[in-house]
Design a binder for this molecule. Structure first.
Ligand code: H2U
Ligand code: ZN
Length: 346
């Protein structure tokens, strides 16, 4: 008689960080793949592009000129989605029409003056500079009385909505904790209250011991494909030590974060020999002044590619109407990522 196992039979997996479920259909990866596998060599970009609004010395959309910066450069987004001076208010009609004002600030962080680079191509010292810039922004923005949550994220590649290949991330920060981190906060707090230990400390220790979903690691961080991953090659970077934000890390830990960011993004580029697209973001403790013993610093990478530079996963049909689904198991994805070189396009 057949015995249930995660390699062969359809099953659902629980995401303890959000309380959501994902359907895994490993038996389907055994069907023959009919689609084309196309190799698209990554575009070679110039190190300076006179038409780029992020390159040093160039003019941006609203006529402001960028300085001739040499490392990182941060500015207020010229088309900010949130405004610091939006008037406060609330509109409610019964229980059905509810709206609240939301104040905030949006910033753009250029990683390097070199237009052609990606995190995967930057020297580790320069990625450390990016980590320090994120930390500075997290602290300065988070210290503002009306900013209670700071979201740092990077959209890489046109497929993920990045408007420009120049290496950069965005920061959106606002009054209220947004939906995704709020869900994670709720589940982390609940876990801490129930078990007296941190959800992600326990998870990191469990995955470090099991090894089957690990991608790479260093003295302070581990990169893994979470058990409940939705995107084909989704990963998470977790600090080994319990820390709520970049502000809690030592110099050595910030070096280690730069190291693992570089190694993970190189592996991604090597997977399909392309400049690998993704949305990545840091989940950190809210800056609302309250103690948050439940919060454990982590980075999510959500990459859309499935089989090649052009075959991507779409969240359609069942996924829009029911819940996310995947065929490739997180264990197989981790195995593929683990086997790759940490030398780009070696
Ligand atoms: P993305 O590539 O992730 O879209 O980020 C680029 C951001 O840069 C985007 O939010 C802003 C856009 O509003 N931007 C400026 O602030 N100034 C400009 O001159 C063009 C784009
Ligand atoms: Zn540029």
């Amino acid at each position: 008689m057949a015995v249930f196992n995660l390699e062969e039979y359809p099953h659902r997996r629980f995401n303890p960080l959000t309380g959501e479920w994902i359907l895994v259909s490993p038996h389907r990866t055994k069907r023959p793949w009919q689609g084309q596998v196309e190799r698209v060599p990554p575009e070679q970009l110039p190190s300076y592009d006179p038409t780029c609004y992020l390159c040093p010395g160039n003019e941006r959309a609203r006529g402001v000129r960028n300085p001739n910066y040499e490392k990182t450069f941060v500015f207020d987004n010229d088309f900010a989605a949130l405004l610091a001076d939006a008037p406060s208010g609330r509109i409610q009609v019964g229980d059905l029409l509810i709206a609240e004002s939301e104040r905030g600030i949006c910033r753009v962080v250029c990683f390097s003056p070199n237009h052609s680079l990606t995190l995967s191509q930057m020297p580790v010292e320069d990625i450390r500079g990016v980590v320090d810039t994120w930390l500075e922004e997290y602290e300065t923005l988070g210290a503002l009385p009306f900013i209670n949550y700071v979201q740092i994220f990077e959209n890489r590649g046109a497929i993920m909505g990045s408007s420009n290949p120049h290496p950069h991330s965005q920061i959106w920060c606002n009054e209220r904790i947004p939906q995704q981190p709020a869900l994670e906060q709720y589940h982390q707090a609940h876990y801490l209250a129930q078990k007296g230990s941190c959800l992600l400390c326990d998870y990191a220790a469990l995955e470090a011991a099991r090894g089957e979903r690990l991608v790479c690691e260093n003295s302070s961080f581990i990169a893994l494909v979470p058990f409940w991953a939705v995107w084909p090659f989704e990963t998470m970077i977790l600090s080994r030590r319990h820390a709520g934000s970049l502000a809690d890390f030592s110099e050595a830990e910030r070096d280690a974060l730069a190291d693992i960011l570089r190694r993970l993004t190189i592996r991604y580029d090597n997977l399909f020999e392309v400049s690998f697209p993704y949305t990545m973001g840091l989940h950190q403790c809210p800056t609302d002044g309250a103690p948050h013993p439940e919060w454990h610093f982590h980075v999510h990478f959500y990459p859309p590619l499935l089989r090649s530079a052009t075959v991507k996963k779409f969240m359609v049909g069942y996924e829009m109407l029911a819940n996310p689904q995947r065929d490739l198991t997180p264990e197989s994805a981790a195995e593929r990522l683990r086997a790759l070189s940490e030398v780009r396009f070696a």
